[in-house]
Design a protein around this ligand. Structure first.
Ligand SMILES: Cc1cc2nc3c(=O)[nH]c(=O)nc-3n(C[C@H](O)[C@H](O)[C@H](O)COP(=O)(O)OP(=O)(O)OC[C@H]3O[C@@H](n4cnc5c(N)ncnc54)[C@H](O)[C@@H]3O)c2cc1C
Length: 377
């Protein structure tokens, strides 16, 4: 049935970024319609590993991550629940001297940018973490990192945004979008049309498709991290764990299940589907057992993957469209946008209302690829 909606802002995509933006804009008094092709939080935001870390980020991303980290602490007052966010610390492990040197280099730059980092050498690691495998020779701890339950966070923001007066339409896919003198006109597969003066494109792995509707050709690619979860086990993995190079990452939740990932699964963005691949899962199990030998013999309950947009330089696109006034892009979070999601509401809210953000966004400018001669495929 045809239906025409009007709002100050139309948001395309109901992941954590979109739902937190909807809430923030409502809190600042704007009318909002959010369109989500499936269910809010059903894509990357709902199926990710759950890592909430600043450790290991590219330096230009640290101001964003630091800002978002503060929002994570406020989840109970903001959305009525903590999203099972646990401040466990993130421990990144070195398995060679070269890897330890990499951790030391990152720590120097991160400390200059206000991130507290503690380094451990071989003896300290053995004494402090006897449950780690022999091949671990050093580590770096960011104590205020942690992890959360991705199944909860985007739906919590969606619920809070609805309560604050945003109109959220799920199972409603944007099929066309254009701009005329009156603003944006967005068409959907459900006959709903939205008119708005601002369009925020937070469509995740499909962000480049929405951008292309306005002639912005951005080189977003697909990534599909391979994940699995064990049966509940005695509690041993006290931190969210990563390794230099990123080929395995491990966290244990309060119920005892150990969630870990590493390598890439299979995905088809057109079909909206992803799944884990058994040989990749086997490789991740072997690496996880090397890092935490106590995991040997644990039974897996489930494996999965998800669809994530990645940019060639590994950091997202966040900023105004080069071609279309009032169009704002924020996608291509390249495997680390769950931590950034709660903060994206504030940042995109500033872009919508003030045309600039208090957090430096220049490194994320959509124009950077054209300027560097990198074309969309
Ligand atoms: C398996 C996996 C593990 C990860 N692990 C971590 C981690 O540990 N820590 C971390 O920080 N990050 C992690 N990430 C990355 C993180 O999940 C993403 O960067 C983040 O969730 C992106 O949020 P988003 O809201 O931008 O996108 P999404 O959650 O993908 O939301 C975009 C939404 O847009 C909708 N959409 C697309 N096209 C249309 C359309 N035409 N019309 C309407 N709606 C549309 C989609 O249905 C989708 O729901 C991981 C990702 C995956 C896949």
């Amino acid at each position: 049935m045809a239906e025409a909606l009007k709002a100050d802002v139309v948001i395309v995509g109901g992941g954590t970024a979109g739902c937190s933006t909807a809430l923030h804009l409502r809190q600042r008094g704007l009318s909002v319609v959010l369109l989500e092709a499936r269910l809010c939080g059903s894509q990357a935001s709902g199926v990710n590993y759950g890592g909430v870390r600043r450790q290991g980020r590219a330096y230009p991303e640290l101001p964003l991550a630091t800002r978002s980290r503060a929002v994570w602490d406020r989840l109970p007052s903001l959305v009525g629940h903590d999203g099972e966010f646990v401040v466990s610390g993130h421990l990144k492990l070195a398995r060679s001297d070269a890897e330890m040197a990499e951790l030391e280099t990152w720590a120097t730059g991160a400390r200059e940018r206000g991130v507290g980092v503690e380094l451990f050498g071989r003896n300290a690691i053995r004494a402090r973490y006897p449950w780690l495998g022999e091949q671990v020779i050093g580590a770096s701890l960011v104590a205020d990192d942690g992890h959360a339950n991705p199944r909860l966070v985007a739906p919590l923001f969606a619920r809070a945004a609805r309560k604050a007066g945003a109109t959220l339409r799920e199972q409603t896919r944007v099929t066309a979008a254009s701009r005329d003198a009156g603003g944006f006109i967005v068409g959907t597969d459900k006959g709903v049309t939205v008119r708005a003066s601002t369009l925020v494109n937070v469509a995740g792995a499909w962000g480049h498709e929405i951008a292309a509707m306005f002639g912005d050709r951005l080189p977003e690619e697909l990534m599909t991290p391979n994940m699995c979860v064990t049966e509940p086990l005695p509690f041993v993995v006290e931190h969210n764990l990563g390794v230099v190079g990123g080929n395995v990452y491990i966290r244990q939740i309060a119920r005892g299940n150990v969630i870990f990932g590493g390598g890439s699964g299979w995905g088809d963005a057109g079909a909206g589907r992803a799944r884990a691949l058994p040989p990749i899962t086997s490789g991740a199990i072997a690496r996880a057992v090397e890092v935490v030998p106590g995991l040997r013999g644990a039974r897996l309950l489930r494996s999965w993957s998800g669809l994530e947009g990645a940019m060639p330089d590994g950091i997202p696109v966040i900023g105004a469209s080069p071609s279309t006034p009032g169009l704002i892009h924020a996608f291509g979070f390249s495997g680390h946008g769950f931590q950034l999601g709660p903060g994206m509401g504030e940042i995109l809210g500033e872009l919508v209302l003030e045309g600039r953000s208090a957090t430096p966004l220049q490194p994320f400018a959509p124009e950077r690829f054209a300027a560097a001669g990198i074309a969309a495929r």
